[in-house]
Design a protein around this ligand. Structure first.
Ligand code: SAH
Length: 458
């Protein structure tokens, strides 16, 4: 289509009726088949839209006024919902969010995976979908001489200062305010990512839901942290549940939060938490699911899908600190876990000892490299569990999985698109996806977690 034939132009006002939501929560309307994406518009609504960006295949608009409101629309409880990029769906009822996520999973599995007849269950949601996060990673900056701490505005690096965040555990909110105020008191400068100047880049806080333990991580640009001793002492005094105060140094110009160097300023290197009856040690840089209540739901489902009897050898790929591995080890003969972050594997080994498991082995490395090695050693698991990051599994890993010939694969996924791609591979190589259970780990955001069970065809 030439630029001239596009149906809208920048700054034009149009009245649109929305028919769908994108995977990132924007309303979709069409003008003669040409899609316009409008954040915070809902299907069924009609509204006045200002076109703010026109591309070859779509345009982006801003919702100026709603003329016909969806029954699913609610007033977002968070006062900075419109500015902050953290949540995308607070204007949609929770039931509406769950319906949207289920539909999204179904559509993606069909479109990318060609899986049109697989059983996709309704999303398992939360009874109380607020204050669920056990971890906050909050950027720190400066505004008019003072420190600000809050999430980035949507698609930008502008910090929206916040007093609190309704999806965070209240203790994490408290930590952020305490650290911000103390940093200001002791003259610690906020970081400016444009000029790469300043000291404090992020406050990262972790809370053990069951133990109540708190970890505070100060991510700084360099080693230097003004008034370090006083700062650490006052953090301790202000936060009685703090068990670990850590400094992480990140000197790079990067969006990645953590740098390579981590130093314990006070207390322990880890905090502890429980999922079910299993106790976990968690260090600053290890992955640990952020929604502890729903993690139990997710892992129980993974365990159910694994159908263990006690005789099986199981591999848990992308095992983090061994959370799923130890869940599986309760019911398997032997579990092998593999994970790329060395600190996470150190935690995993600690966690196996902490809970008295002797039927587990952990390896550091890329799953796609360690699997062929295990295969060469004669490891032949009956069940393989994978829980990869958003980009999904490397194709060579899927190839080795097929060669290992397990009875079933349990796939835990935080990205339906790569899940669909990988399920397609398995379905084309002698396996069949039986069921997919979406779990809402991230209410009010567009993210959705899924667990799928895939069985070898007879
Ligand atoms: N199963 C764990 C962690 C899942 S998150 C849990 O539920 O807690 C995904 C994990 O994969 C992260 O810990 C990440 O460090 C790890 N990872 C990323 N790429 C990897 C790779 N190529 N091989 C092995 N692990 C990888």
């Amino acid at each position: 289509m030439s630029a001239k034939s596009l149906p809208v132009e920048k700054n034009q006002m149009v009245e649109l009726t929305f028919e769908d939501l994108t995977h990132d929560g924007a309303g979709v309307a069409k003008i003669n088949g040409f899609p316009v994406f409008v954040p915070r518009a809902l299907p069924g609504e009609t509204g006045d839209v200002k076109i703010i960006n026109v591309k070859k295949k779509f345009a982006i608009g801003r919702l100026m006024e709603i003329k016909q409101e969806s029954e699913d629309r609610i007033e977002p409880p968070c006062p900075i919902f419109k500015q902050c990029g953290g949540c995308q769906l607070q204007h949609l009822t929770y039931e509406g969010q769950l319906r949207h996520k289920e539909k999204h999973v179904r559509e993606v599995l069909a479109r990318i995976g060609g899986l049109t007849s697989v059983d996709v269950h309704p999303v398992l949601g939360m009874d109380k979908p607020w204050r669920y996060r056990n971890k906050a990673q909050v950027p720190v900056g400066e505004e008019e001489g003072g420190l600000i701490a809050g999430f980035f505005a949507e698609r930008s690096h502008r910090i929206v200062d916040m007093k609190g965040c309704d999806i965070q555990h209240i203790e994490n909110d408290n930590v952020v305010q305490v650290v911000k105020n103390l940093a200001m008191k002791y003259g610690v400068r906020g970081y400016d990512d444009k000029t790469h100047k300043g000291t404090l880049r992020h406050v990262v806080t972790r809370h053990g839901k069951v133990t109540g333990e708190l970890m505070v991580v100060l991510v700084t640009k360099g080693k230097e942290l003004p008034n370090k001793k006083n700062l650490v002492r006052e953090i301790q005094e202000s936060l009685p549940n703090v068990k670990s105060i850590i400094q992480n140094i990140n000197p790079s110009r990067t969006n990645v939060i953590f740098g390579e160097k981590t130093e314990v300023l006070w207390g322990e290197e880890v905090i502890h938490d429980y999922i079910g009856d299993i106790k976990f040690a968690i260090s600053a840089r290890s992955f640990y699911q952020v929604n502890p209540d729903q993690t139990k739901v997710l892992y129980d489902k993974a365990l159910e899908y694994a159908q263990l009897t006690g005789k099986e050898t199981v591999i848990d790929a992308y095992c983090g600190i061994g959370t799923i591995s130890l869940f599986l080890a309760q019911k398997a003969k032997h579990v092998y876990g593999v994970e790329i972050v060395p600190e996470a594997i150190a935690d995993a080994k600690k966690n196996a000892r902490l809970n008295g498991f002797e039927n587990v082995d952990f390896a550091v490395g890329e799953a796609e490299k360690v699997f062929p090695w295990w295969y060469a050693q004669g490891v032949r698991p009956e069940v393989i569990v994978v829980d990869p990051p958003r980009k999904g599994c490397d194709e060579s890993l899927l190839e080795t999985i097929v060669n290992m010939n397990p009875d079933r694969v349990v796939y835990v996924s935080c990205n339906p698109a790569t899940l669909a791609r990988d399920l397609k591979y398995l379905d084309e190589h002698g396996y069949e996806t039986k069921e997919v259970q979406p779990v809402d780990m991230f209410p009010h955001t567009t993210h959705v977690e899924c667990v799928a069970v895939i069985e070898r065809k007879l």
